[in-house]
Write a protein that binds this ligand. Structure first.
Ligand SMILES: *Cc1c(COP(=O)(O)O)cnc(C)c1O
Length: 357
């Protein structure tokens, strides 16, 4: 495995005094992990260095044509003060899936997990102590060649930055209001929907913006061909509980294969629930709603773990789910997943990687 060079800061920052005011994604730790790729050399010069600005040519290819991919995971502190990761190998497996789609060179998945472990170890005092808070980990790769022509790059940078983040739910699991998008689409057959790449987010902002104007927090995306089948929420996968069946859209290439999604399916199956990964239309949801069969709707993603949906607006139809309260399965999944992540529950599935001191 590649050696990691260390250059530690002599001027560490003060840690956030009040963890309840952390919010998300604005505070960064003292160090970052970096490595470079050059055609002919492969990935090289792995290093942990002080967090700081980087210098890029204004012609850097990522700035013009968006050749970029990323991941998102968290480090959690247990009640005993141990620090642990949740299924980190899955993130780097998915990073390589995204890399293939965006013609970015693959990484050594095992080495990347080691890099995360080493970086988190250096920054262990930055892992929040408050229940529900965590250290967000953002690995990403982008094209840096100074060239304003369209082709896959020859030079890339891989970086990992860390951001302590507050508890997502400071006042319990509040259901979100979701708006079914009928104008814009997020992904199409043969496109990049399954890849974690910047472009998927850039194109979703417009719909998100219009949803916000109508006082909705998130957008539910339908398929890009017929705008009929439900896909996902753009940063979360979506689940429905209808007539005691747990349903989530099948991974047809336009849906991001969420690790929280995968874990939720595995937990539901282990508890004996009937789980289906299949195509499901918005009409089917509306019909089941009218028949009183929609029991729960929730999103899954690393940031919020489980996000109950209280309102679903499709055209003029407003569906209120489970009296705008969190459902039984949503609560069970939240408790089970966070229980494992924070070391309160036994890691029956073998999902935890500990950061050893
Ligand atoms: C990251 C992401 C998700 C959720 O994935 P997790 O691995 O569960 O965090 C869902 N949809 C999109 C578009 C994403 O980028």
């Amino acid at each position: 495995m590649m050696e990691i060079r260390y250059e530690l800061t002599k001027t560490p920052k003060a840690k956030p005094a009040d963890e309840t005011k952390l919010g998300f994604g604005r505070v960064f730790t003292d160090h970052m992990f970096v490595m470079d790729y050059d055609t002919g050399m492969g990935w090289h010069d792995a290093r942990i260095v002080p967090f700081g600005d980087i210098s890029l040519s204004p012609a850097a290819m990522c700035l013009h044509y968006g050749q970029e991919i990323f991941e998102g995971l968290k480090a959690y502190r247990t009640a005993d003060g141990e620090i642990q990761l949740f299924r980190p190998e899955e993130n780097f497996k998915r990073l390589n899936l995204s890399a293939d789609r965006m013609v970015i060179p693959r990484v050594d998945e095992e080495f990347c997990v080691e890099a995360v472990k080493e970086l988190v170890k250096v920054e262990k005092d930055w892992v929040p102590h408050t229940d529900g808070a965590s250290l967000y980990i953002r690995p990403f790769i982008f094209a840096c060649d100074p060239f304003v022509g369209v082709k896959p790059a020859d030079h890339y940078m891989f970086m990992i930055i860390l951001s302590p983040s507050g508890a997502y739910y400071s006042t319990g699991l509040n259901p979100v209001k979701i708006y079914v998008e009928q104008k814009y689409v997020r992904a199409v057959r043969g496109g990049t929907g399954f890849a974690k790449t910047a472009a998927n987010y850039a194109i979703s902002l417009k719909g998100q913006d219009e949803a916000h104007q109508q006082n909705y927090e998130q957008v539910l995306w339908l398929d890009g061909v017929e705008q009929k089948y439900i896909e996902e929420v753009g940063a979360m996968n979506i689940f429905f509980v209808i007539d005691n069946e747990v349903i989530t859209p099948e991974l047809v290439g336009t849906v991001l294969p969420g690790i929280t999604r995968k874990s939720a399916i595995e937990i539901c199956k282990s508890k004996g629930y009937k789980v289906s990964e299949r195509r499901i239309t918005i009409e089917e949801i509306a019909k089941a709603y009218d028949e009183g069969k929609v029991q729960e709707v929730f999103g899954t993603g690393t940031a919020a773990v489980i996000s109950p949906v209280g309102h679903l607006k499709w055209g003029d139809k407003i569906m209120t789910i489970n009296d705008n309260k969190i459902g039984e399965i949503s609560q069970m999944l939240y408790d089970t997943m966070t229980g494992i992540q924070y070391g309160k529950l036994e890691d029956k599935f073998g999902w935890i990687t500990k950061i050893d001191e």
